[in-house]
Design a protein around this ligand. Sequence first.
Ligand SMILES: [Zn+2]
Ligand SMILES: [Zn+2]
Length: 264
Amino acid sequence: MYVDTHCHLTPSFYKDKVFEVAKRAYDENVKLIITIGTNLIDSVECIEISKKLNYVYAAIGIHPHDTKNINGFDDILKLMKLAKDNKKVVAIGEIGLDFFKNYSPQDVQERYFRMQINAARELNLPIIIHDREAHDEVYKILKEEKAYEVGGVFHCYSGDYDFAKKIFDLNFLVSFPGTITFKKNKEKAESLIKKIPLDKILTETDAPFLTPEPFRGKQNEPMHVKYVAKKIAEIKKLDEIEVCKKIIENVKSLFGFEGKLNID
Ligand SMILES: [Zn+2]
Ligand SMILES: [Zn+2]
């Protein structure tokens, strides 16, 4: 049984194929999917899909790229209302900093990152972090805004082992996508995953992006999360079923508070 804790399963990416894609994943034993919002409109789409499929949950938030379009604190209040009104919202995300693309000014990214951390704390929801080339800044803000009170996960983890240890102390986990199957990442992924304890790891696809081997070149789908789990098992020389069980436990303890997830 697999879990995809981070994908973008919305009509913006899959047009009228959303339910087909979801079903394909379910039929391939992906028994839990979290679809991730990147702005207010997209977050509403995620919620709508989560309401229609019992194995799909939603995270809602404003991605650093989209912070330049935020309409002040009003939009944060709207986000909070959406989270309060919808039981299947299990996290605030994806939020964070992207100093690689810099599609939004850095000070704007930081301001709304802080506001959304505080929203998550008020809602008592974990946080899904997008951190690209901004490790130190993200870490500093998480600490200052007391994000450890709710915890969360760094999705598409791109830091090293030393940084991972620091974020574990802040009550955060790391999540790996299909890029760990890429040949060019072999050494880096192997040495990192070998060292990271299994109880700190989640699996994701970030679909429709980051298609794993052997499907590179095609649009990614949540069903491909199994290649991530297989790769982790292979690197750690563990039984794949054991790895999947442990990852489900991790997912339950992070997102499954108050019986939010129906997964056994
Ligand atoms: Zn991201
Ligand atoms: Zn994403």
